[in-house]
Design a protein around this ligand. Structure first.
Ligand code: ZN
Ligand code: ZN
Ligand code: ZN
Length: 181
């Protein structure tokens, strides 16, 4: 839902969580824009979203890429009749990463150059090894912000994806010990 509605729904003035901000239409359309710019693929490993098929008989999930007319399906509404499935080693989904944060800035209120597409694996890997800098509201100073030790500042934990969408239970998706927004 749009931010305006979410604020009303949430009783105006009450603090929204970072994951609530990421559920807004505003973030969804920014996210789409960045993923489209990055060719619907991870900028690190070049992998695209998989389609995951659960087989109730074998109780296994198979991960597939849909290849359409020779290229991995690029999203959009429908695939053509010529599409084929190719099996993938694991589940992949694309996520949009902020290369820096600005204090009190809405997640979509960033220049496109501050955002980049990663798959879930490269994204987790990135946060394990890098700290995303947080800048003051006027963007002039880098602030001392301690990332959440549980999720390393990613906001969610991949192993718990089936529990509350994997939102980190220590920082509740806020990424830092003190929320940035
Ligand atoms: Zn990747
Ligand atoms: Zn990130
Ligand atoms: Zn956390």
């Amino acid at each position: 839902m749009p931010l305006k509605e979410l604020l009303l729904f949430n009783n105006e003035g009450k603090h929204l969580t970072y994951s609530q901000y990421l559920s807004t239409n505003e973030w969804m359309s920014k996210r789409e824009e960045i993923i489209k710019r990055d060719n619907f693929q991870c900028t690190q490993c070049k992998k695209k979203d998989t389609i995951d098929n659960y087989d109730p008989i074998t109780k296994k999930t198979e991960h597939l890429w849909l290849i359409d007319n020779g290229v991995v399906y690029l999203g959009g509404d429908t695939a053509s009749v010529n599409s084929v499935f190719v099996s993938a080693d694991k589940h992949y989904h694309l996520e949009v990463h902020h290369t820096r944060y600005i204090l009190n800035r809405l997640p979509w209120d960033y220049k496109n150059e501050d955002l980049i597409t990663f798959c879930n694996h490269c994204h987790t890997e990135f946060h394990l090894h890098h700290k995303v800098p947080v800048y003051s509201g006027d963007e002039s100073t880098e602030l001392e912000y301690e990332p959440c030790p549980k999720c390393n500042g990613k906001g969610y934990i991949p192993d718990y994806f089936n529990v509350q969408n994997g939102i980190c239970f220590q920082c509740r998706g806020e990424k830092y010990i003190i929320p940035i927004i």
